[in-house]
Design a protein around this ligand. Structure first.
Ligand SMILES: CC(C)(COP(=O)(O)OP(=O)(O)OC[C@H]1O[C@@H](n2cnc3c(N)ncnc32)[C@H](O)[C@@H]1OP(=O)(O)O)[C@@H](O)C(=O)NCCC(=O)NCCS
Length: 171
């Protein structure tokens, strides 16, 4: 079950974040472990305040977290082509699953929820990005029907700022 996160969820969200960071580091990726520190738990606190943060609950335990927001400034000048024009899209950021729940469909459940959420809010598509070496996310996006659209260079990420960009149309 996916629901909006509250401040009471923050300790569980921190477990998801720290597990995800360790998982990426162990996979040899600098993503989420670089000098910018992004994302930090404070990032999720801001997401919760803005009502952008969602958690996936399995057997009463928060197993994963993601942020569903609108327009992303960093997507405005892609090196490539988005499928849609304008800003009527959902951006998915900061999807993280705790170690205990990994590879059990938690991220897929969050991604599917994002589709329902996006359709219900009248938006036309979902956009997301990932590190060029994050092969798990790339495989997941392809199997969920996302289209590769090129890449962006994040202005505030000092090391390895290139991110592959994907979009899925809602129909
Ligand atoms: C990426 C991540 C969110 C996936 O979460 P998850 O709940 O384990 O993923 P799911 O079980 O829903 O699997 C979704 C797809 O991911 C891929 N996948 C998941 N685990 C995998 C693994 N260990 N090896 C290879 N592919 C894997 C598969 O394609 C899978 O689809 P399938 O089950 O139809 O084969 C999770 O591993 C994570 O927290 N990673 C670190 C943080 C991160 O990379 N965030 C995204 C930054 S852009």
């Amino acid at each position: 079950m996916v629901r909006l996160a509250t401040m009471e969820d923050i300790d569980s969200i921190a477990i998801c974040l720290n597990d995800a960071k360790r998982f990426l580091k162990a996979s040899g990726l600098i993503q989420w472990n670089g000098p910018s520190g992004n994302p930090e738990i404070e990032t999720y606190i801001e997401d919760i305040k803005r009502r952008h943060c969602y958690v996936c609950v399995r057997d009463g335990v928060i197993s994963g977290v993601a942020t569903f927001m609108g327009h992303e400034n960093e997507y405005d000048q892609p090196l490539g082509n988005w499928l849609t024009n304008g800003n009527n899209y959902t951006t998915i950021h900061r999807i993280a699953v705790c170690d205990k729940a990994r590879s059990q469909g938690v991220a897929t459940e969050l991604m599917r929820f994002a589709e329902v959420f996006t359709k219900n809010t009248g938006r036309v598509s979902i956009r997301i990005d990932t590190h060029p070496e994050n092969l798990i996310v790339q495989t997941m996006l392809k199997s969920l029907g996302y289209t590769y659209c090129g890449y962006v260079i994040y202005s505030y990420i000092p090391v390895e700022p290139k991110r592959l960009i994907y979009e899925k149309l809602m129909k």
